[in-house]
Design a protein around this ligand. Structure first.
Ligand SMILES: O=c1ccn([C@@H]2O[C@H](COP(=O)(O)OP(=O)(O)O[C@H]3O[C@H](CO)[C@@H](O)[C@H](O)[C@H]3O)[C@@H](O)[C@H]2O)c(=O)[nH]1
Ligand SMILES: [Mn+2]
Length: 876
């Protein structure tokens, strides 16, 4: 390996991780000198005062150069510099010692009364929860793909990029606007990956003609959009997001033509959008016309004058939600393997594509069969159908999945994932089941009121898990190894093909023999391309039909040991867990610009429902065969702790809720000193709490998030803890006792967006019972502050300590309070005034109450009234 090669690879690594406005499209042309100067890496390396490269030259199984027959190293590993890591770990240890000592001290100073016992139990519980969360976080590792090394490998004889099947799921064209879905698909069709080596599948759980016809429109518009992206190397390749961008550095080869091409494509895009928008009415008008001709019919008609096999506008037998036939439609077939150049500019053809490959990848529309009486298992069920159908049509050895509201933002992302999948290191590469990218969002308000960006989770927790077996599967933006989805064990525990043969004997995969044959193909060559074009004759069609049928999975292992896992509200975490339990690894990597971006619910109620679904899913994992405690030895110890924490965190919050409602007790009685001697107790408590924040600041430092991100996460945790998480616990209790589960709804995507105000959803209040507990906590703590002020007025002594606790809770619940104020929340000052007035009102009520029932104290009260008024800023 030559020094120059190393430098170049390092540069490439940097371009993905820390791209500073550099060329982003040249990964395939490794050697053409477009990489940044050799010195750049050293400079940037010096600037990075958090991460330092791990020396992996001694690692066996891979060669850094790749020229001597072995597999090259295709990614780099970084760890946190000792300067930060050591004090960070030291503080964690210190806190551990402190809480143990504190606990012992409390036992020695045992107080009587149930309050003391409860608070002891609670504190133990908190300590355990903290440990479960903290221990796996002590070894954060960053992994950076080396695109240049991948390109080198491709140039050499061995390397061709393997095939990828892209899955995208949608349900409802209204709740999940079609515009998002088509943008997502366009970004996939245009991404920078060999066009004959990937295929795109849309699963439409609604079975609506609107989605099908939108795909037909997409295929037409893609003929213009995709070559345009290739010609000018534009980013991102989702048109809506591309056109919304301000100017950017030009990366293509013909800058002179950008202006006119851009204008032309943009106009076409506007027309395309109009066609998409009008699909609802087009389909309705067409159907009305056909139905008028066919007396007595009330069908929904396709453009070619046949009935749509999916759901109809007027629901009818066999054509309604939850009851319709399975549909597989190949909208674009496999392209040829040879480039096909476009036409030169002409009158009909204003955009010059003469030097551009105009092929499009395969595009398939799927809607699985739905029948009443079957549990369709939501997204997991849809993914499993796609897994089977794609096996017959393209059978790529890798699979990446997106929610319909996520698009590819960095067209190098597929290549970046391949750097991990194809890496030569013995513990990496072929034992890597999936590569997880962070979820990044476009629509979130500037201050991220409801912690939608979730940076603490993505940039903190996931980086930490990189240091163990790898991140959990997060549902979208995940590249999988197909055989890992089939439930086989990693190659280090047995050859995948023979495992599949053995499992097939037990009819674990269902009855389709051609499907099992494709599984064996994938297992025996995991770097193959995709299956050459399939002619869908009658027998293939029949086979596809069988694979989309509800009954296919009866009596098989689908949903348990094979495919996405069922019966858990968060299919993602549990599916990833199954792989980790089998000994697979996973990789977390973030690129710059972000690999994928999407939409998040910014409405308070939607957001709470989202985390309700997640926390219910977590608890379901705990009470299932996927409990981390039941996993075998292949699940590493700290990975196990992380999963344990992930599946139990809602339980701890019941106590947080209790603590938050605690003031209720001392509002009405003076039971307040739950631990005597109170002085030392209080000081210890504050120290221990303060240490969490010190440790948190170290995490902010190494994860590279902002202080605001961190605060938002704390606040949102408290909001969840006072309402959603205890509700999830209640849900779980009901489920365990009665065996029945209440259905959880789909996250509704921004539906008020059309009103012109980008953040309209942020200010919309949707009242639901889920808001009540948190409102109660707010009220109790406002009340407590008020009474404390009142007491100060009566007794002339301010109970600062108690109030500190209440004020702290109010600070944490602040985003929630803003949220329920709706439009008033635009001016936080209003909230402040409201809060002060509420406190004053309670204080006055308290004083009045005292005056009424304890007239003897009246003189004292009268004397201190003036003080109250000045404290609360009101005058009488
Ligand atoms: O019956 C269903 C229900 C949902 N989906 C799709 O599943 C995806 C995720 O649903 P969504 O309501 O958007 O959930 P979110 O809370 O936004 O999603 C996060 O959390 C989910 C786990 O609860 C993961 O599956 C997602 O990938 C992850 O982004 C969407 O594409 C849906 O179209 C289906 O295909 N069929
Ligand atoms: Mn979503």
């Amino acid at each position: 390996m030559t020094a120059a090669a190393v430098t170049r690879r390092n540069n490439a690594a940097l371009r993905v991780e820390a791209n500073k406005g550099n060329d982003g499209s040249a990964a395939a042309d490794g050697d053409n000198g477009r990489w940044s100067p050799a010195t750049k890496r050293e400079d940037d390396g010096a600037k990075d005062d958090v991460w330092v490269a791990v020396d992996e030259s001694a690692v066996s199984g891979a060669t850094a150069g790749g020229s001597d027959g072995g597999r090259p190293m295709l990614y780099r590993t970084y760890k946190v510099k000792g300067r930060i890591l050591h004090p960070y770990r030291f503080f964690i240890l210190l806190r551990l010692i402190a809480i143990v000592a504190f606990f012992l001290w409390r036992i020695r100073h045992k107080n009587s009364g149930w309050l003391w016992t409860m608070s002891m139990a609670g504190d133990v519980w908190f300590g355990v929860s903290w440990l479960l969360n903290q221990l796996p976080r002590m070894n954060p590792i960053k992994r950076v793909p080396d695109l240049a090394a991948l390109a080198d490998q491709q140039h050499s004889s061995t390397g061709e990029l393997p095939g990828v099947d892209v899955f995208i799921t949608t349900v409802d064209p209204i709740d999940e606007p079609v515009l998002y879905t088509v943008n997502s698909i366009l970004s996939i069709l245009a991404t920078d990956y060999p066009v004959d080596r990937y295929a795109c599948y849309l699963s439409d759980d609604g079975g609506t003609l609107v989605h099908y016809e939108a795909m037909v429109e997409v295929a037409k518009f893609a003929e213009l959009w995709v070559p345009f992206c290739r010609k000018h190397c534009v980013e991102p390749r989702a048109p809506e997001n591309y056109f919304a961008m301000k100017t950017q550095a030009y990366k293509g080869g013909v800058p002179g033509e950008l202006m006119s091409d851009h204008r032309r494509v943009r106009r076409e895009y506007e027309e395309f959008k109009v066609r998409i928008d009008s699909l609802f009415s087009t389909i309705r008008q067409r159907s009305d016309a056909f139905n008028a001709k066919h007396a007595g019919e009330n069908a929904t008609w396709m453009a070619d004058g046949t009935h749509w096999p999916g759901t109809w506008l007027e629901p009818a037998e066999n054509h309604r939600r939850g009851e319709h036939a399975g549909i597989v439609q190949i909208i674009l077939n496999h392209p040829s393997c040879k480039p096909r150049l476009g036409l030169a500019a002409s009158v009909d053809n204003p955009v010059d594509f003469s030097g551009v490959d105009v092929r499009l990848p395969m595009l398939v529309y799927i809607s699985r069969e739905k029948r009443p009486g079957y549990n369709h298992q939501k997204k997991a069920g849809a993914m499993n159908v796609m897994l089977r159908v794609s096996a017959l049509l393209s059978n790529a050895p890798f699979v990446i999945n997106f929610d319909c509201d996520h698009y590819i933002n960095n067209s190098q992302a597929f290549r970046a994932s391949m750097c991990f999948m194809l890496d030569g290191r013995s513990y990496g590469g072929e034992n890597t089941a999936f590569v997880q990218f962070p979820q990044r969002f476009d629509d979130v308000d500037l201050t991220d009121r409801y912690a939608n960006h979730n940076r603490v989770m993505f940039d903190g927790t996931m980086l930490s898990l990189n240091g163990h077996q790898g991140p959990t599967y997060l549902g979208t933006g995940t590249m999988f190894r197909r055989v890992a989805l089939y439930g086989v064990e990693p190659p280090s525990f047995g050859a995948p093909a023979s495992q599949i043969k053995a499992m097939d004997k037990a009819n674990k995969f269902g009855t389709s023999t051609s499907f099992v044959a494709t599984m064996l193909d994938t297992a025996s060559n995991q770097e193959r391309s995709i299956t050459p074009p399939v002619t869908v004759d009658e027998s293939v069609a029949g086979e596809l039909f069988a694979l989309t049928a509800c009954a296919y999975e009866d009596g098989t292992s689908w949903g348990r040991d094979v495919g996405w896992v069922y019966d858990i509200a968060t299919e993602d975490v549990v599916t990833g867990f199954r792989m980790h339990r089998q000994g697979w690894r996973s990789v977390y990597t973030s690129t710059e610009p972000a690999a994928f971006r999407g939409m998040a619910p910014i409405n308070l109620t939607e957001r709470l429902y989202q985390i309700l679904r997640w926390s219910v899913g977590s608890l379901e994992v705990f009470f299932s065969h996927s409990n981390a405690l039941l996993a075998g030895r292949r699940l590493r110890p700290l990975q196990r702790l992380a999963y344990l924490h992930m599946s139990t965190y809602p339980i701890f919050t019941v106590l947080i809720l209790a603590y938050n409602l605690f003031p209720l007790i001392w509002l009405f009685s003076d039971k307040f000193y739950i631990q005597r001697p109170f002085g030392p107790y209080f000081i210890c408590l504050v120290t221990i709490i303060a240490m969490i924040h010190v440790i948190g600041m170290f995490e902010v430092r190494w994860s590279g998030i902002t202080l605001l991100d961190w605060c938002r996460s704390e606040q949102f945790y408290m909001i969840g803890s006072t309402g959603v998480y205890p509700t999830a616990v209640l849900y779980m209790v009901v489920k365990l006792v009665t065996g029945k589960s209440i259905p959880l709804r789909l996250t509704s995507k921004q539906t008020t967006a059309s009103s012109g105000d980008k953040f309209a959803d942020l200010y919309a209040v949707r009242w639901v019972p889920l808001l009540i507990p948190t409102i109660l906590v707010l009220a109790v703590n406002v009340g407590a502050v008020g009474v404390a002020v009142g007491k100060a007025a009566v007794y002339g002594r301010l109970t600062v300590l108690g109030m500190l606790f209440n004020v702290w809770i109010l600070v944490l619940l602040y985003p929630f309070a803003l949220g329920i104020m709706g439009h008033w929340g635009k001016r936080p000052a209003v909230l402040f005034v409201v809060l002060v007035m509420a406190v004053a009102a309670v204080a006055l009520m308290y004083v009045a109450f005292r005056a009424l029932y304890y007239p003897a104290e009246w003189s004292v009260v009268a004397a201190s009234l003036g003080k109250t008024a000045s404290l609360t800023g009101t005058s009488e």
